[in-house]
Design a protein around this ligand. Structure first.
Ligand code: NAD
Length: 432
């Protein structure tokens, strides 16, 4: 089977590479000619563990191609995935212009029956909206199917998440389209991945509901963490104990500087705006957004409480990406934290294992250094912002000796407070 993936970003590239690995013929299309040129050159436009090997292998086998030529890709394909961005507009509702443009372009080049699948996270009703757009735009009266197939992969673990998903959700009212999608996903049927076949609307809502629920867990534990700070107990003991209850589960109960990334902030806002559109309240989601906003704003004062006036002080930042194992800086807590510290006159020295190039696009006026030890040399405080695994095994004695003042704001609770205090650090974490 031939498929086309429109939009070769975090989701589109992983989707394309993984389907090629399943044995499908895949053409990945993007309007960003630089991105396509880099891919044709064997260069990865993003950092995602394991992606480069998968792309190289499948490009060499001829099953995975990259192009800016949407016409040819659409003509060849039976299934066309839309994996373009849906960023938030200023009112929080998702900007569908990329999806609409891509759908129109697909319609113009249809030459037979096609299944058009939204992988992008889109508001409820988008599938039907795309159906109308395609009907309007197509030259002939070609038959086509519309499917919603929301993507649940996590950056940093995207390939495994795609290859071994907790579930695959397919929403459609077109039986032929569903049959083709089942065929496409046959390798996942063989490993008994669960499939939820449902309506377009239920599939669209599932993605927002899933992300909002995960964001709720994060805001909830952050609220409990703040309470722990006032009570004087350790949120990790509480999180561990509540997580042992299988109805709750232990995942996503890690306190920190508030959620970021390209999905949770945008999708919680989008769900609130969907609720409003349907005349419903979104009290829980609104609270999740507000708790997160406050949590993110509380980090600079936390650092100031540790350091005092930060003006003229050197602050070492370890970790810039919104989470480990990615270079994605979208809505990264590091942006608010560093901007806030710079506004107060701090000098920032920062290190991230892979996000430096992406970070430099949004954070200027800071000194990007080559490793952790260079970052802390003569620093007045060390702030852990992203919990990269390599930060868990640092030589903390050496770090203490390199710093001007041994102080740690551990916004990811990487280290044990008692261990750090025994080593002579002043230490603050989140909720402990
Ligand atoms: P991205 O910004 O990394 O990639 C989008 C790509 O689409 C870009 O390369 C852009 O140039 C391209 N594009 C835009 N308009 C185009 C057009 N008309 N034709 C061809 N290409 C076009 O975005 P992403 O992170 O991959 O997210 C894509 C969608 O998937 C979003 O709706 C997002 O919410 C959703 N999603 C993302 C993740 C994630 O972890 N990043 C996970 C699940 C779902």
């Amino acid at each position: 089977m031939h498929i086309a993936v429109i939009g070769t970003g975090y989701v589109g590239l992983v989707t394309g590479a993984c389907f090629a690995e399943f044995g499908v013929d895949v053409t990945c299309v993007d309007i960003d000619s630089d991105k396509i040129a880099r891919l044709l050159n064997g260069e990865m436009p993003i950092y995602e563990p394991g992606l480069e090997q998968l792309v190289t292998k499948n490009t060499q086998s001829g099953r995975l191609r990259f192009t800016t030529d949407l016409k040819q890709a659409v003509e060849q394909a039976l299934v066309i995935f839309l994996a373009v961005g849906t960023p938030p507009k200023s009112d929080g509702s998702p900007d569908l212009s990329f999806v609409e443009t891509a759908a129109r372009s697909v319609a113009q080049h249809m030459n037979g029956y096609k299944v058009i699948v939204t992988k992008s996270t889109v508001p409820i009703g988008t599938g039907e909206h795309i159906r109308e757009l395609i009907r309007e735009e197509q030259k002939g009266k070609l038959n086509f199917g519309i499917v919603s197939n929301p993507e649940f992969l996590r950056e940093g673990a995207a390939i495994n998440d795609f290859m071994r998903p907790d579930r695959v959700v397919l929403g459609s009212r077109d039986d032929e389209a569903i049959a083709i999608m089942r065929d496409l996903y046959r390798p996942l049927y063989l490993i008994e991945a669960p499939f939820v076949i449902t309506s377009l609307e239920a599939a669209e809502l599932t993605k927002y509901a899933a992300n909002a629920f995960l964001a709720t867990k994060i805001s909830f534990i952050n609220e409990i963490a703040n309470l722990c700070e006032s009570i004087g107990c350790d949120v990790h003991d509480v999180a561990r104990a509540i997580g042992m209850d299988r109805r709750i589960g232990s995942k996503f109960l890690h306190p920190g500087p508030g959620f970021g990334g390209s999905c949770f902030p945008k999708d919680t806002q989008a769900l609130a705006s969907v609720a409003e559109q349907f005349g419903r309240e979104s009290l829980i989601v609104d609270a999740v957004i507000e708790v997160n906003r406050r949590q993110r704003r509380a980090m600079v004062p936390k650092i100031e409480k540790l350091v005092g006036n930060v003006a003229g002080k050197t602050i070492a930042i370890l970790g810039l990406a919104f989470k480990p194992e990615t270079d994605d800086m979208r809505e990264a807590p590091a942006i608010d934290i560093i901007t806030g510290l710079i506004e107060r006159g701090a000098i920032i020295r920062a290190y991230d294992p892979v996000a430096r190039t992406e970070a430099a696009k949004v954070l200027t006026g800071i000194d990007y250094v080559a490793d952790e030890y260079e970052a802390v040399t003569n620093a007045d405080a060390l702030v852990f912002v992203t919990e990269w695994n390599q930060f868990r095994a640092l030589d903390m004695r050496r770090i203490r000796d390199l710093m001007r003042s041994p102080r740690i704001a551990d916004l990811r609770n990487i280290y044990e407070p008692t261990d750090m205090r025994e080593l002579g650090f002043e230490y603050v974490g989140v909720g402990r």
